[in-house]
Write a protein that binds this ligand. Structure first.
Ligand code: FE
Length: 342
């Protein structure tokens, strides 16, 4: 009789827990993204589904550390980054679970997908060259590799090596060219720097406008953000440069791209809501919201870039498996250190 009572009790607890899970009306994000469009996306999702979106923002390494420490008890459902390398790292640390969902799968470009199935791209961006309209002509530009050319002595602007975008670019070069060649490239590039690395991608463009250098390496969407800015200084900086997609020649690998992407946390407490959010963020509506507000490229092939971004023309993207951006990060950082890229 006592046993029966316990069995009944356990059944009741199980049912009530299952019910609780079903009733949970929120989803918890750990996000590295830092763009104002995100708030709008989550508000729209909540309006549509009634699911509340809670966001904790920090840099990707801090979030990974937090997920590791929280372990099975983590309240996080989703990990959002602006670098496939950090998603690869999270997967390698066993923090993620595979997402298999046909809606999401149909929403995104095949070549941007994670071959291992652990993360989903939501947008992508190219790390492009921008050049002074006054002092450089397009015909002088060709590849990332050519930036070590003597003609660019004291002309190159780029932010510091602690930045994830530069680490991903360097990782892509190591993956494509090998360690030794990339080490040589980095040495040459540092030798051509116009100044010690400092500031953000936007600051590099402002430095071109101020005549402090002629070419900057920046993420594509920042040019869209400058050109649509209400601040005169930003607008003028945007107008002082043109966008160049490197490595586009025949037989060349294409411009380095990276994704902003999402991983589903291994013990996600609100998994159904998390999947719904990924479905939404990759949908035509939300993808259009990204491109119109953040000037990123859509991961969804149905959605064209914003008008400003379209005006730069289309480009061939480097087809490198984006997990390589995580796998080669250690070597990339060694190269930064060895070649004095601060
Ligand atoms: Fe950014």
């Amino acid at each position: 009789m006592k046993n029966k009572f316990y069995i009944l009790l356990i059944c009741l607890i199980t049912i009530s827990c299952a019910d609780n899970k079903k009733e949970s009306n929120e989803v918890n994000l750990y996000s590295q993204r830092h763009y104002s469009v995100d708030k709008l996306q989550y508000e729209n999702f909540t309006k549509l589904t009634g699911i509340k979106v809670n966001v904790i923002k920090a840099n990707a390494d801090e979030l990974i550390e937090r997920l590791k420490n929280e372990g099975e008890n983590s309240p996080a459902d989703l990990f959002i980054t602006v670098d496939a390398g950090k998603l690869q790292k999270a997967a390698e640390l066993d923090l993620l679970q595979k997402v298999s969902n046909s809606t999401i799968d149909n929403n995104i470009f095949d070549d941007l997908k994670d071959k291992n199935g652990f993360w989903v791209p939501i947008t992508y961006r190219a790390r492009v060259l921008v050049y002074s309209n006054e002092r450089v002509s397009k015909s002088e530009l060709s590849t990332y590799e050519d930036l070590v050319n003597e003609k660019w002595k004291n002309k190159i602007l780029v932010r510091s090596s602690s930045n994830a975008y530069n680490q991903a670019l360097m990782s892509s070069l190591v993956a494509n060219l090998g360690y030794d060649k990339t080490l040589g490239w980095s040495k040459g590039l540092v030798g051509n720097f116009a100044r010690d690395p400092k500031g953000s991608d936007r600051d590099q463009v402002k430095a071109i406008a101020a005549g402090q250098g002629d070419i900057a390496i920046v993420n594509s969407y920042y040019i869209g953000l400058l050109l649509s800015s209400e601040k005169e200084e930003e607008l003028n900086a945007g107008k002082s440069v043109s966008v160049f997609f490197p490595n586009q020649g025949e037989g060349q690998r294409g411009s380095h791209i990276n994704v902003s992407g999402i991983g589903l946390i291994k013990n996600s407490p609100n998994k159904a809501n998390a999947i719904k959010l990924i479905e939404y963020l990759t949908s035509d509506v939300a993808q259009n919201t990204y491109v119109q507000n953040s000037y990123e490229y859509a991961a969804n092939p149905n959605i064209k870039p914003s008008e400003i971004v379209q005006s730069w023309g289309s480009f061939k993207r480097d087809s490198l498996d984006l997990n390589a951006l995580g796998e080669f990060r250690g070597e990339a950082i060694r190269i930064f250190d060895k070649t004095g890229w601060k």
